[in-house]
Design a protein around this ligand. Sequence first.
Ligand code: DCT
Ligand code: MG
Length: 400
Amino acid sequence: ISWFTESMRVGMPAPVENRHVIQDTPPALQEGLAPTPMALISQYACKRRTSTDNKNKILTDAFEVLAENYKFSDNKSSCLVFSRAASVLKSLPWTVQSIEATQGLPCLREHTKAVMEEILQFGHSFEVERTLSSERYQTLKLFTSVFGVGPKTAEKWYHRGLRSFRDILAEPSIQLNRMQQSGFLYYGDISRVVTKAEAQALGNIIDEAVRLITSDAVTALTGGFRRGKEYGHDVDFIVTTHEVGKEEFVLRHIIDCFKKQGIVLYCDYQASTFHMSKLPCQSFEAMDYYAKCFLILRLEASQVDGGLTCDEGDNRGWRAVRVDLVSPPMDRYAFALLGWTGSTQFDRDLRRFARFERKMTLDNHTLYDTTKGEFLTARSEEDIFAHLGLEYIEPWQRNA
Ligand code: DCT
Ligand code: MG
């Protein structure tokens, strides 16, 4: 599958039989009629269809602020409560207008309902307002917006009394790593959204590099763009080849090619540590073992259909873009594609569903049936859904 055919599919409307059909939703809801009890909506995002058309953005944005604030405090369970509640509301084909209308929806706890009630009644939530205006939230949000700065580092800096980029850069005892240095250097560009046209231009550049060495390569646009999003914070690609064992070579070739073209602004190459003997993974949310590369690339305006969307007065004619490349062996392709397509919440629930409903372990490498004690093979994402006894959910319906 070339990234282009993949992305063409992303841009296409869903097949007629799938359009507007929300699995597990009573027909009355699909037609926008009065809400009825929704006991059939699944608690698992992988059993719901969630397009990019979010009818409850006001509520889900509020929930995501609180989820993020809990993440900053390392409170994983409360973070999950708000992420799950947001995800359920994103899947609804109608706008929540009263608390009664949410009766029977899964994953809505007391706290999430209280926040929702405030918003429905007053137009905003006091708890969310308080969070948004708190110095701690604002500072951690700012610090984690830098490439290479996670919640732990941000918290450490905040704890030391640092409040701005100027504070950090002026603090002699802080040694920024290479990733963070690049994060600050290209901050203006990489904190701006990447457009679909820019993602497609990068796909062309990768395909050209690959074509120089093999006709056997497979490249696919994944992440949010494969789910039909118009904008992203980065661009994610899978690159591999039918020649098993050569995938890492292909990835290294692409990077060499970029270096020769002078477009590499930052490159963090991580060699493969993949071996079947390490599987199934014991950790629930472990990073996968494939060879991968975290990049910042220089993208020329002339390479992008319609040019770059840049700030007024910016006439450089190029921008920096964050790009992730991951390179699984071909027999792992379906698992890697499913994992890297996301969304993170969709992936999380697929794994949770596999474990708790099927006694199977799913990750970006394999699906393991613990009852039978065997790895299940998959050539496509459809095969994985079939093994799990789930209806297939198209990429553009995975925006959970
Ligand atoms: N992912 C993964 N393993 C990793 C990192 C990410 O399986 N080590 C998955 C989770 C979602 C997907 O890959 C892409 O990650 P992001 O780029 O962070 O998310 P996105 O959905 O593409 O969001 P955005 O549009 O903001 O880039
Ligand atoms: Mg992405």
